[in-house]
Design a protein. Structure first.
Length: 287
C-alpha cells in the first residue's frame, strides 16, 4: 500500500478535486498607519486656503468700492485692517484639514512663507500688466478690458433700476476681477508649495477633528485673545501704506505704482505670518 505522502500523486487526475487558483492580491496603493484615517487629497488644502482668501481679502476687494464715496480716505484705508481681522478669525480652529505631525516653529514659518509669498508676486504682476499691456491702445489687454467694461455697463442697464445702474457703472469691474484672479492664483500656488514642503518633512494631510457645535466668535476670541489683540499692531503699517497707495492712485487717475503695491503686499504677508504663529488653546469645551 502506498505511503500517505504519495497517495495524492498516485490519484488519477479525473478523480482529484479541482484546484482553484489562489485569489490574486495586490498591495494597498496607499497604505495608512494603523489607527489613522486615510490621507486627505491635497486639493482640500488648496480649497481651505482659497476659502480663507475669499473671506478675508476677496470679499473686501469686491465690496470696498461701494463704500469709497461714503468714507473719508483715512477711514477707507481701514479696509486692510478689517481684512486682517477676518483673516485672523478664519484661521482659528476648527479647520477642515491639517498636516500631521504638526510642524515645529521653524517649519511652520517656512510653510507659511511659501504659502504667502506668491501674493507679493501676483499683485506686482497685476499692477505691471494693468499699467502696461492693458493700457496700451490697440493691445489685446486693452481690448479685453474695454470689452469687459462694456459688458458690465450693459448688465447694469438691463438688470438694475435706473438710479442704481448709474452708480454701478462707475464700479471698477476690471480692477476687481483682476485682483480677485491674482488672489486665487496666489493662494493656489502658495498652497501647493506649502503642501509639498509638509510632505517633504514627512507629514500627511488629514481631516481635522470637528467639534459637535461650531464655536461662536466670542468663544474663538476667548480661545486665542492674543491673536486678535495682535491684529492692530500687526496690520498698522499695512493701513498706512494703503492710505499712501490710495493717495498715489488719486494723483495719477487710478494708476497703482507696482513697487508700492508689492511693498504693501509684503507688509500684509508679514502680518499674516506673524498672527498665524499665535496658536489658540484647544477647543475642548466645544466638542
Amino acid at each position: 500500500m502506498a505511503e500517505p505522502a504519495t497517495q495524492a500523486a498516485m490519484t488519477p487526475l479525473s478523480t482529484r478535486p479541482p484546484m482553484l487558483p489562489a485569489p490574486a492580491t495586490s498591495p494597498d496603493p496607499s497604505p495608512q498607519p494603523d489607527g489613522l484615517p486615510p490621507a486627505a487629497p491635497v486639493w482640500r488644502h488648496v480649497a481651505q486656503g482659497a476659502w480663507i482668501t475669499l473671506g478675508a481679502f476677496s470679499l473686501p476687494t469686491v465690496l470696498s468700492p461701494c463704500f469709497k464715496g461714503l468714507m473719508s480716505p483715512r477711514a477707507f484705508a481701514l479696509r486692510t485692517l478689517l481684512g486682517g481681522f477676518i483673516y485672523i478669525d478664519m484661521i482659528q480652529p476648527p479647520q477642515q484639514v491639517r498636516f500631521s505631525p504638526a510642524p515645529a516653529m521653524g517649519q511652520e514659518v517656512v510653510a507659511l512663507t511659501l504659502g504667502m509669498t506668491p501674493y507679493i508676486a501676483a499683485f506686482y504682476a497685476q499692477a505691471r500688466l494693468a499699467n502696461g499691456w492693458c493700457s496700451r491702445a490697440g493691445s489685446l489687454g486693452a481690448r479685453m478690458a474695454a470689452a469687459n467694461q462694456h459688458l458690465w455697463q450693459r448688465l447694469c442697464s438691463s438688470l438694475m433700476p435706473v438710479r442704481l445702474a448709474q452708480a454701478a457703472r462707475g464700479y471698477p469691474i476690471n480692477f476687481v476681477m483682476a485682483r480677485v484672479t491674482a488672489q486665487m492664483l496666489a493662494v493656489s500656488a502658495g498652497s501647493l508649495m506649502s503642501a509639498r514642503f509638509h510632505h517633504a518633512r514627512g507629514a500627511r494631510l488629514a481631516p481635522a477633528p470637528r467639534p459637535g457645535r461650531m464655536p461662536s466668535l466670542r468663544q474663538r476670541i476667548e480661545a486665542n485673545p492674543a491673536a486678535y489683540l495682535a491684529c492692530g499692531p500687526a496690520f498698522a503699517s499695512s493701513v498706512w501704506l494703503t492710505l499712501r497707495l490710495d493717495r498715489a492712485a488719486a494723483r495719477t487717475g487710478g494708476t497703482l505704482p507696482p513697487a508700492m503695491v508689492a511693498l504693501l503686499a509684503s507688509h500684509v504677508v508679514a502680518a499674516c505670518i506673524a498672527t498665524a504663529l499665535i496658536h489658540a488653546r484647544p477647543l475642548a469645551a466645544h466638542t
